[in-house]
Design a protein around this ligand. Structure first.
Ligand code: FAD
Length: 386
């Protein structure tokens, strides 16, 4: 037929929806089909860890439902539809048994939560919050259980944000992490300990060093067993140990993957007319689970898909961590560069600068009032991908 084949986008998270928003700025014509395994509601994922602080539940976090998004961007959105196969030779996908031809295919299918190996008879009381559906389930469970005591597994970015947010919701929080202080993979010790001290002041209790090994029913609630022998009482458990790019379908389709789905700066994968962005993508070696990089990718890819091939560049993109008890801004140094921290500290206010032997700034970590140095230091940082 003469009908143009569509652009097919798999995923309606911030990556998928920002991409269609950018495409429609230049192009009102090209047919676009978006396919999502979830209900297609548009929401800002970073707000999942500020629900109690801002007094919004899962429904309150929804910005628009799939129907409204479809009308706004003149696209077809297939909700609750899992893509199960990609055929890069025929240029088709299979979604719930339906085969769809694509002119271009965009993989924006995000990342899966990592599930730590935990035993015991109550592992169904361990929840993670990586999307709006998860969050609705978690909030409903808190209510149903009349929960007061929450154990959080993981003291990284998501674990610390939930620690602070649930403290603001008046829960009793105990947070467990095998490393030595808050945000251990992002911050030098002085900064991590400042976050810890501020959260402890608000009532958080941290267990650094042990792993959680079991969650069991205990006296009508839960017992959370650590590998140092401690058993913590809880009504519910939150797992926040990190995410991993979804790659399985790409592997099946013969598309090159590494840590994520591998892409060049045009966001092209190894298969013709197949592109990727967001939490599932590895762009010239960079796997970044943040909003700023996916926005940069959405702008570049929209141009590429509408006829102007455009490479993405990543400026320095410091990350703000939503721990209002002790605000944090961090710009981690690239993975394998050599350098040293210099640290200025006054109470919980830290300015930590990571520089190489030539004195060049490669990263920084700021806490408390130290965050006021953000603009000055950001200007001095090199681009992640110029
Ligand atoms: P997702 O939002 O996960 O979307 C993936 C989509 O793909 C979904 O629609 C899903 O249904 C669909 N899908 C998956 N597989 C299939 C399939 N086989 N078939 C069909 N559809 C499929 N970043 C920041 O920059 N700042 C922050 O402050 C911040 N805070 C955060 C707080 C929390 C609690 C969390 C969890 C993350 C936070 N992040 C933050 C990270 C940021 O939110 C993510 O990087 C971003 O939302 C990822 O968007 P995405 O569209 O790539 O993935």
């Amino acid at each position: 037929s003469a009908t143009a084949k569509p652009i097919v986008i798999i995923g309606t998270g911030l990556a998928g929806y920002n991409l269609i928003k950018e495409i429609r700025k230049n192009d009102k014509e090209t047919p676009v089909i978006m396919v999502t395994g979830d209900d297609g509601r548009s929401y800002s994922k970073p707000m999942l860890s500020t629900g109690f602080t801002r007094n919004t539940d899962a429904d309150g976090l929804m910005q628009a439902d799939a129907g409204k998004m479809a009308i706004q961007f003149d696209v077809s959105i297939w909700t609750n539809t899992q893509v199960t196969n990609i055929d890069t030779a025929q240029q088709t996908i299979t979604a719930e048994g339906v085969v769809v031809e694509y002119a271009s295919l965009v993989l924006a299918w995000g990342a899966d939560v990592i599930r730590p190996p935990i035993g015991g008879d109550a592992t169904d009381s361990v929840f993670s919050c990586n999307d709006l559906v998860d969050y609705a389930t978690f909030r409903a469970e808190l209510k149903k259980r009349k929960a007061k005591k929450v154990v959080i597994i993981g003291g990284g970015l998501i674990g610390c944000e939930f620690t602070n947010d649930l403290l603001n919701g008046d829960f009793d929080i105990e947070t467990v992490d095998p490393l030595g202080y808050c945000l251990p993979t992002l911050l030098p010790e002085a900064a991590g300990k400042s976050v810890q001290a501020a959260l402890e002041e608000k009532g958080a209790k941290f267990h650094f060093g042990p792993l959680v090994t079991e969650v069991n029913h205990k006296d009508g609630a839960l017992g959370v067993t650590l590998n140092n022998g401690d058993v913590l009482d809880a009504d519910i458990v939150v797992s926040a140990v990190g995410v991993r790019p979804r790659t399985e379908l790409a592997v099946q389709a013969g598309i090159t993957t590494n840590r994520g789905v591998v892409a060049n700066r045009l966001l092209e994968t190894s298969a013709a007319n197949v592109y990727t962005l967001g939490d599932c993508a590895e762009v010239e070696g960079n796997v970044l689970f943040y909003v700023a990089p996916l926005m940069a990718c959405a702008r570049a890819l929209a141009k590429t898909l509408t006829g102007t091939p455009t490479e993405v560049s990543y400026p320095a993109m410091p990350v703000t961590i939503k721990t209002p008890a002790c605000p944090v801004v961090v710009s981690p140094a690239p993975r394998d560069v050599e350098g040293e921290w210099t640290i200025q500290q006054e109470g919980n206010n830290v300015v930590a600068e990571f520089r190489n032997a030539a004195g060049e700034l490669l990263g920084f970590a700021l806490t408390g009032e130290g965050t006021s140095e953000k603009m000055r230091l950001q200007k001095e940082l090199p681009a992640i991908m110029a």
